[in-house]
Design a protein around this ligand. Structure first.
Ligand code: C2E
Ligand code: CA
Ligand code: CA
Ligand code: CA
Length: 278
């Protein structure tokens, strides 16, 4: 049995080894990137579906790597989460986003758009997260009612009541809370009853091909109906075609985000996009 174990180890090891080395290298590189301030933000509009008027923009993290170019979260978020480096990265991203949002213009017919900030479970559980968010808003000179904190369902799975106390604190200060990627987690519907939520973002997997799938349509229609009854604003994620948009409007879904309206933009592109005259 011992020999078999050894043999197994020998054949298995090289691959495992290279993955470990890769992760360690990435970790070292992330450490360096945090010190160098290499994390930036792209902004993607969230619009009212009927007239495509912007209500907010989601802040999406990017790593401006000196050798590898601009990297999306898929290239670094997992290791950042595992190592806890997501906490300092999140602070950099939040500072960029809150400062940018403070300079966004008031719309022709409506208030200045809000900024949506993604906060992971790990970040949320780190010490003083809520105080940190409130402090950063104050430092940026951004009123809390222009901030939406996007959290995933897994955070709400937490037995710990502290999560609900924290979310209530954010809302008491005037910020709003969105549940992200809705429909991909567990026993989702029960969370919608919680009073600490303001918005529901329906995951892209339910929206893609919505016009061609009756079962998807039934699910989304159900979510929209329940959310509406509970007074929650629904945002459909990943809207790519006019057909998807039209069916969402017909269901009573009020807001959307996706390539149909705009891809994520740099800070400069965002300023231009917000100031455009159609
Ligand atoms: P998410 O929060 O669900 O963000 C939406 C993702 O969908 C973004 O990918 C966006 O570029 C993409 N997307 C938007 N519209 C469309 C569309 O019409 N079609 C398709 N195919 N994709 C669309 P991105 O920027 O690569 O971000 C991926 C994920 O990384 C985010 O998913 C979020 O979970 C995470 N993330 C991004 N920024 C942060 C951050 O600052 N902190 C944390 N903790 N996580 C972040
Ligand atoms: Ca999000
Ligand atoms: Ca999402
Ligand atoms: Ca409906």
């Amino acid at each position: 049995a011992k020999d078999a174990g050894k043999g197994h180890w020998r054949s298995f090891h090289p691959e495992l080894h290279s993955t470990m080395v890769e992760r360690m290298n990435l970790r070292t590189d992330l450490d360096r990137a945090i010190s160098a301030g290499e994390f930036t933000v792209r902004y993607q509009p969230i619009v009212r579906l009927v007239d495509a008027r912007v209500v907010g923009l989601e802040a999406l993290a990017r790593w401006e790597h000196p050798l590898r170019g601009t990297l999306p979260p898929a290239e670094f978020i997992t290791v950042a989460e595992e190592t806890g480096l997501i906490v300092p990265i999140g602070i950099q991203v939040m500072r960029h986003a809150l400062t940018a949002a403070a300079s966004w213009p008031v719309g022709d017919a409506g208030p200045a758009p809000y900024v949506g900030i993604n906060v992971s479970v790990r970040q949320f559980r780190s010490l003083g997260m809520v105080s940190g968010i409130l402090r950063e808003m104050h430092a940026a000179g951004l009123p809390p009612d222009r901030v939406v904190v996007e959290i995933t369902e897994s955070l709400l799975l937490d037995e710990n009541e502290q999560v609900w106390t924290d979310l209530a604190r954010l809302r008491a200060a005037g910020a709003r809370v969105a549940i992200d990627d809705f429909g991909t987690g567990y026993s989702s519907l029960s969370y919608l009853r919680q009073t600490a939520l303001d918005l529901v973002k329906i995951d892209r997997s339910f929206i893609t091909g919505l016009d061609r799938s009756p079962s998807q349509r039934a699910l989304v229609d159900g979510i929209v109906g329940i959310a509406e009854t509970l007074g929650l604003t629904v945002v459909a994620e990943g809207v790519e075609t006019p057909a998807e948009r039209d069916i969402l409007i017909a269901m009573g879904c009020t807001h959307g985000q996706g390539y149909l309206f705009s891809k994520p933009m740099t800070e400069q592109e965002t300023t231009g996009w917000l100031g455009r005259k159609d």
